[in-house]
Design a protein around this ligand. Structure first.
Ligand code: PLP
Length: 429
């Protein structure tokens, strides 16, 4: 009898919602920027488990710290006791943020988003939330409500959390406007929400990604982010930055908001925080966190000892010079992609900060070209390069490699990309 693939076995015991994935690869080992499948085939991983293994797969230093912790304690419950890695990681994060913020640990990105929304409501006593079009914040009820990148995520789940409104997020490439005009347009949309829908004094929080992820790897103009900050301060609205994908060195700063020279009141972090061990956090200004009293929020698994030990190791590495490397490799990679766009007119835009880079494809008549993106991903995968897409029209390749990648690995990825593009454009299938 023929051996069934993992995909086939999964389909027998799991719903389609768990099996419709980016690839059907069967992976048994990961090291650095590489994954190996059951046949020993090696893949260059430019997905990083969707922006999680920022230090590379099984980074030896992270593994050593996690293993040491595993020998001593796996779980005792942050509701029951205190343990060193839990407190030390919070101390390290607070110190990295000039001791202006305190930390509450949870497990997933969506859980951190829920926590951030609750904290904003708890401290303001207000009901309203403003989110941005094309944003992605997660799959739980509150996080899904503030998500506005696809109606597919909410189909059959309406009605959702009440009093959520959606403003425009800048997308200069699509609108065709200058940064200044696009900023004006989007700020106007916030003011219109105040005028037509909800008074600003009823709004608890605005939640935004400092670089949109799922929505298309879009970087907003600095003036826009600054004006959003100003509006929030003026009206006592808490500004939440969702740093779940853009945080922990991904953009060349510890957090992406540091590029814009504004500070959030609250941020949500997850993904890269512990290099693959499940961990997330709500990080809030001291004066807000001090109001969040015992019982106002909670959970069983938050701040797992092993995940926290891995998180400390991640911070050691990031603060040991890796951020500079991310900026340099990111710049090098982006330039290579810009060079490629000169050869392939299907590439319409290359954008992003650090190693969070998007490449938008379009047809000759300027329409989003999702077909080329999906064919490109398939061909690249056959050649050993794992790529993901993003964008509301699925026409953007998102490059989100481990932050430790070398220039040689970037060169390899770009040459696979070039070959794959040439093949896609030469053939109809
Ligand atoms: N926020 C952003 C910006 C994300 O990219 C994601 C996941 O992709 C989430 C929130 C949700 O995180 P999780 O899947 O861990 O719940």
């Amino acid at each position: 009898m023929e051996k069934k693939s993992l995909y086939e076995r999964a389909c027998q015991v799991m719903p389609p919602v768990a099996t419709g994935r980016a690839t059907k690869l069967e992976i048994v080992k990961g090291r650095g920027a590489y994954l190996w499948d059951t046949n020993g085939k090696k893949y260059l991983d430019f997905a990083s488990g969707v922006g999680v293994v920022n230090m590379g797969h099984n980074h030896p230093y992270v593994m050593e710290k996690a293993q040491q912790q595993m020998e001593n304690l796996v779980h005792a419950g942050h509701n029951v006791v205190f343990y060193p890695s839990y407190v030390e990681l919070a101390e390290r994060l607070s110190a990295a943020l000039d001791h202006e913020y305190k930390v509450y640990f949870s497990n997933s990105g969506a859980e951190a988003v829920e926590g951030a929304l609750k904290l904003a409501k708890w401290t303001t006593g207000r009901p309203g939330i403003i989110s941005f079009k094309r944003s992605f914040h997660g799959r739980t009820a509150g996080a899904m409500t503030v998500t506005a990148s696809s109606s597919a995520y909410r189909r059959e789940y309406e009605a959702l959390m009440p009093s959520v409104y959606y403003a425009e997020y800048p997308y200069c490439f699509r609108s065709g406007l200058s940064e200044e005009e696009e900023t004006k347009r989007c700020i106007r949309s916030i003011k219109e929400i105040f005028q037509y829908l909800i008074a600003p004094e009823k709004v608890a929080a605005m939640i935004m990604e400092p670089q949109q992820g799922e929505g298309g790897y879009i970087v907003p103009p600095e003036a826009f982010v600054k004006q959003v900050r100003q509006i929030c301060t003026e009206h006592g609205i808490k500004l939440i930055f969702d740093e779940i994908q853009s945080g922990f060195g991904r953009t060349g700063e510890l957090f992406a908001w540091q590029h814009f020279h504004v500070k959030p009141d609250i941020m949500c972090v997850a993904k890269g925080i512990a290099n693959g061990f499940p961990l997330s956090a709500v990080i809030g200004k001291n004066e807000l966190m001090d109001q969040w009293t015992a019982g106002a929020h909670g959970g069983t698994f938050g701040g797992n000892p092993i995940a926290c030990a891995a998180g400390i190791a991640v911070l050691d590495l990031l603060q040991g010079g890796l951020l500079e490397q991310v900026k340099e490799t990111g710049k090098y990679f982006k330039q290579k992609l810009v060079d490629l766009s000169a050869k392939f007119p299907v590439i319409k835009d290359v954008r992003g900060m650090g190693l969070m880079i998007g490449l938008e494809c379009g047809t000759e008549d300027g329409k989003p070209d999702s077909r080329t993106v999906s064919r490109l991903r398939e061909r690249a995968l056959k050649k050993g390069l794992i790529l993901l897409s993003c964008g509301v029209d699925h026409n953007v390749i998102r490059f989100i490699p481990p932050l430790i990648i070398t220039r040689e690995e970037v060169d390899r990825a770009v040459s696979i990309l070039e070959e794959s593009l040439a093949e896609c454009l030469a053939s109809k299938v």
